[in-house]
Design a protein around this ligand. Structure first.
Ligand code: DGL
Length: 294
């Protein structure tokens, strides 16, 4: 379905199915809004790619969403955000799409963690975890980028951030791996993280990849009791509600709804999405690749 520029549909982008958990919360918080979801499943996972390739794939995916009438896109992919959200906001959008906006998922989560929101409307009511040790679980690329470490240090330098890359998790989730295999993998990554803590008490864990909230229960099971888990779907929804309150021009007045697109054969992607979200209405359609202007 192609909308016109005036239609202001809200796009949600991820390398694959992880953004579906974010989309679910966006729809719950903004039930009157029209969304388009695009998963670049044909090129996932992004987390093992290099920066140039992730950036190029992100630009062409955004170009797809803009061509379908999205004025605002939620970049529901930490790996893409770590590679170049700031760069594309500052250099690519102003030149090629000055009227479009792209917002991310990393900063709202760090603000929720540190209790230092950029505005009162986005205040999650948390007081933050200052002076504590916090774990970040993310893709290899996101961990190497140190985006969560740096964004936390800017707001709360006293928080000790310990990172753990979980390179097999996105592949397992996208392959529809059975629960025992996912459970084993999560336990192994949590054990590796705990080993590196050298006895420090863990206060909170950030699920810094949008695929991981789909298996949040397995993280809760594997982490020690009392560790607060921060996952992005709810936090992102709160930040989008606040953003639209400040920028009502990006609200959609088409009425509620969502369309699902992928860069690969849609059948298996549809089955996985229906299972992950427990929603038999989800139907993905394939989009042909398009080239971004650079
Ligand atoms: N959901 C993406 C993220 O938040 C996964 C990236 C990947 O494809 O490896 O980072």
């Amino acid at each position: 379905m192609i909308f016109t520029d005036e239609d202001a549909v809200i796009g949600v982008f991820d390398s694959g199915s992880g953004g579906l958990a974010v989309l679910k919360e966006l729809r719950a918080s903004l039930p009157d809004q029209r969304f388009i979801y695009y998963g670049d499943h044909g090129n996932a996972p992004y987390g093992d790619r290099d920066a140039d390739s992730i950036y190029a794939l992100t630009l062409s995916s955004l170009t797809q969403l803009f061509a379908m009438g999205c004025s605002l896109v939620v970049l529901a992919c930490n790996t893409a955000a770590a590679t170049g959200l700031r760069r594309l906001q500052q250099t690519w959008l102003p030149v090629h799409y000055p009227d479009k906006r792209v917002i991310g998922v990393v900063v709202p989560m760090v603000e929720a963690l540190t209790g230092v929101p950029w505005m009162a409307a986005c205040d999650t009511g948390r007081r933050g975890v200052a002076g504590k040790t916090v774990a970040v679980f993310a893709t290899r690329y996101t961990v190497n980028s140190r985006i969560f470490v740096d964004e936390t240090a800017k707001r709360a330098p006293e928080i000790n951030v310990v990172q753990q890359a979980c390179p097999s998790l996105v592949k397992l989730i996208e392959a529809g791996a059975p629960l025992p295999a996912l459970r084993r993998a999560v336990r192994r990554y949590v054990a590796l993280l705990r080993h590196r803590l050298e006895g420090a008490h863990l206060s909170a864990a950030l699920l810094g990849c949008t695929h991981y909230p789909l298996i949040e229960a397995l993280f809760a099971e594997a982490l020690p009791d009392g560790v607060e888990i921060f996952s992005q779907p709810k936090i992102t929804a709160q930040s989008l509600v606040a953003y639209l309150a400040r920028h009502p021009e990006f609200r959609s007045d088409l009425g509620p709804g969502v369309s699902f697109y992928t860069s690969t054969a849609p059948e298996a992607i549809t089955r996985l999405a229906q299972r992950l979200l427990g929603d038999s209405q989800i139907q993905f359609q394939r989009l042909e690749a398009c080239k971004a202007q650079v």
